[in-house]
Design a protein around this ligand. Structure first.
Ligand SMILES: [Zn+2]
Length: 64
């Protein structure tokens, strides 16, 4: 089960297609050194993904 932290969510991300702000991501997937956000625009029904990379990740994890 994905751990979610709504206190640090990106908000009001503009739609990649029509530019309308989207309140919160539809889906969040936490990985070892990054978090993937799936955004779903309710205006034009466009879905796109954004990835946040954590710079302080363990470098050994990147070598795998
Ligand atoms: Zn849109």
């Amino acid at each position: 089960m994905a751990r979610t932290d709504f206190g640090s969510l990106p908000r009001q991300n503009p739609c990649a297609q029509c530019g309308e702000p989207i309140g919160v991501p539809e889906w969040i997937e936490n990985e070892a050194s990054r978090t993937r956000y799936l955004w779903h625009c309710l205006v034009c029904d466009y879905r796109f993904e954004a990835v946040a990379i954590f710079e302080d990740a363990d470098p050994d994890a990147l070598a795998a």
